[in-house]
Design a protein around this ligand. Structure first.
Ligand code: SF4
Ligand code: SF4
Length: 399
């Protein structure tokens, strides 16, 4: 059977620099691990390979599959092929350690494009991911819920703040699933005397989950609607509570949209905003007895470059006993939730979280602070032994 590749797949995934990368791969296996001289390792770095326990689940195995399609050897989708490709969390560790030339795309970028090719071929994504795209198209959020639910945490005063210099972009998961994070962020902004605007039921999904699962066309439509809603606020600064929204709007929108959101509006994550105000605030002493560590969400740290700001905030809290993990900063190990894996294969997500929790326990921490609704949910699903603390909720309590 001959696969009719459309123009998009030919012009993108099989473009010369991708072919150069996948046909001349160094096969060094660095992408299995953390950076060899930045950690006391190498330690497991790729969550997909860690759980899959086979070369196919690492970038090289994915390249074999892409070559197979390119050469017409793989002519139809199998359950196994989809399972392998959609096991990639998109965590970016392989992109960080891969020593191939700068001009070539990173392994994680190629795998994300591969997911988009599978969608274009009609082979992917997983059924659960298709349902998410349908929900975003109909309701503007991946949970298929009435958009009015996004206003559930607001009083009438907040609801009416439609315009302002600072826009608080709440995000679907925070607004609909982790409301305590939203309330904490809003209260922290109030304590800092920030008159923020909100979009409420007009706020549209940022499209992160759609891009991560290869559903690029729906992601672009969604991003365009989102951009219009954001522009209606007249804001100069957009503060996001969710690392996924932050990365998608700051890194992906300039790439997928004709208009560059970042030229008109400065996009910052709440931890960057808070870190810039540290001189103006004084925290009460830490009210727990835990030894605390920080988990870098992949979208915020490795992808977004926001690494020191959360640590600066934690270090400004008196009496907080803090330890650093071996796999931290650019070598942080994924929580297991990203890339649509939690939706497609929840049991894989839990296995990855357990590996991270093992490291945390062995390091001597009994509480993990992070700042991502997906990481927090996945860790909470995986453990009752380690306390999972949201950084902004902690800040709100101690301000
Ligand atoms: S992005 Fe992460 S999960 Fe995917 S192949 Fe690279 S290291 Fe593995
Ligand atoms: S993708 Fe990069 S790190 Fe992985 S085997 Fe190939 S050259 Fe090495």
């Amino acid at each position: 059977m001959e696969i009719k590749l459309n123009r998009w797949t030919k012009s993108d995934i099989f473009r010369p620099e991708v072919l150069e990368k996948i046909y001349n791969d160094g096969s060094c296996s660095f992408c299995h691990y953390t950076h060899p001289w930045e950690t006391n390792g190498p330690l497991p770095g790729c969550p997909s390979g860690f759980v899959g326990m086979h070369e196919s689940y690492y970038p090289r195995g994915m390249y074999d599959l892409i070559r197979g399609i390119h050469e017409g050897i793989i002519t139809e989708p199998t359950e196994k092929l989809l399972e392998i490709v959609y096991s990639c969390n998109g965590c970016g560790q392989c992109g960080y350690v891969c020593p191939s030339m700068e001009k070539l795309p990173k392994p994680n970028e190629i795998i994300e494009e591969f997911k988009a090719v599978l969608v274009k071929l009609g082979w992917g994504p997983m059924e659960r991911h298709k349902a998410i795209a349908e929900a975003v198209k109909e309701y503007g959020n991946p949970y298929g819920e009435d958009p009015i639910g996004k206003e559930g945490w607001m009083d009438s005063k907040i609801k009416n703040r439609k315009k302002g210099d600072v826009l608080f972009y709440v995000g679907c998961t925070s607004a609909l699933r982790e409301k305590q994070m939203v309330t904490a962020t809003a209260q922290v902004l109030d304590k800092l005397n920030v008159e923020y605007a909100v979009l409420g039921k007009e706020e549209i999904c940022c499209g992160s989950v759609l891009l991560r699962t290869g559903q690029v066309d729906v992601a672009i439509e969604t991003a365009e609607k989102n951009l219009k809603a954001i522009e209606s606020s007249g804001a100069e600064t957009l503060v996001t509570a969710c690392p996924g929204c932050f990365m998608t709007m700051s890194r992906d929108y300039p790439r997928i949209l004709k208009e560059n959101i970042g030229e008109e509006i400065k996009i910052v994550h709440i931890t960057q905003f808070l870190a810039s105000k540290l001189k103006e605030v004084e925290f009460k002493p830490f009210d727990g007895t835990h030894t605390v560590t920080y988990h870098d969400p992949c979208h915020l740290g490795r992808h977004g470059g926001v690494i020191e700001e959360p640590r600066k905030i934690l270090k400004a809290i008196p009496n907080l006993q803090y330890i650093e993990l071996e796999r931290s900063r650019m070598n942080s190990f994924c929580c297991g939730s990203g890339g649509g894996v939690k939706a497609g294969f929840p049991e894989k997500s839990i296995k990855v979280a357990n590996e991270r929790l093992r490291e945390i326990k062995e390091a001597g921490a009994n509480a993990i602070v992070t700042v991502c609704p997906f990481c927090e949910k996945n860790f909470k699903d995986a453990t009752d032994e380690i306390e999972v603390i949201d950084l902004v909720e902690l800040v709100n309590r101690l301000l």
